[in-house]
Design a protein around this ligand. Structure first.
Ligand SMILES: *Cc1c(COP(=O)(O)O)cnc(C)c1O
Length: 226
């Protein structure tokens, strides 16, 4: 077994155990393998081990990789910071985008999503820890933004995403994920997705209702800093 296959197996076991602890079914949580910085060959290894959905942060890297792997029927999710000059590539090449935090970006994605393909599945990124440097809209802005985005054509608003301030304290991790869950529950929209939980905090995220985990390091190994 390759190390990626073994890592995937270990991650799936962690997810299964966390779901049992949370009293949830394992099918209620989707695993997104975050392949940023890793070559197409690594993605192929994960695919051979049964992984289907992949997350990427850099538009050019992702579209090159997706082109190389076209034909495998993979589902690509854009999860990185999104500038207006890159929205077209995202609208044309991804099934999902998790990192929308401004109406202007959503409007561009809506206008640029090619007709005749499935709507772009979208999450709004929320800054749940209040760090000034973080991307994401503020919790207090989310309801208005969600209502505006939900009305756009070519998109389907699925839920909320957060990247909490890193913490080794499970209580602190859960507190931040709970902010996102409560915010989602407070919105007057049908949102089935909470994109939250990474390699070091997936258990806390599952306890707080995550439906989509974004896992890189625990599957592919430590990334070399670019
Ligand atoms: C890199 C990245 C991840 C994966 O983080 P790991 O700690 O490697 O699991 C998840 N979400 C986003 C938005 C990322 O940029």
């Amino acid at each position: 077994m390759t190390s990626i296959a073994a890592n995937l197996q270990a991650v799936r076991a962690r997810i299964a155990a966390a779901c049992v602890a949370a009293g949830r079914s394992a099918e209620s949580v989707q695993l997104l393998a975050v392949s940023k910085t890793w070559p197409a060959a690594s993605v192929r290894e994960a695919v051979a081990a049964g992984q289907h959905a992949f997350g990427e942060n850099y538009v050019q890297e992702a579209t090159d990789k997706a082109a190389e792997l076209a034909g495998l029927g993979l589902e690509w999710h854009f999860i990185g910071p999104l500038q207006s000059n890159k929205t077209r590539l995202v609208a044309e090449n991804f099934a999902w985008v998790h990192s929308v935090d401004r109406l202007k970006i959503a409007e561009r994605l809506a206008a640029q999503r090619p007709p005749g393909i499935a709507p772009l599945q979208l999450c709004l990124q929320v800054n749940v820890s209040g760090e000034a440097s973080k991307s994401g809209c503020l919790p207090a802005e989310t309801a208005l933004l969600a209502r505006a985005v939900a009305a756009l054509p070519g998109l389907r608003l699925r839920g909320l995403m957060a990247i909490p301030e890193p913490s080794d304290d499970p209580a602190r991790q859960r507190e931040q994920f709970a902010v996102l869950r409560r915010l989602r529950d407070s919105l007057d929209l049908e949102l089935d997705t909470l994109s939250m939980g990474m390699s070091h905090d997936l258990e806390a995220a599952i306890m707080e209702g995550s439906t989509l985990l974004r896992i890189g390091t625990a599957i592919f190994g430590e990334r070399v800093k670019l």
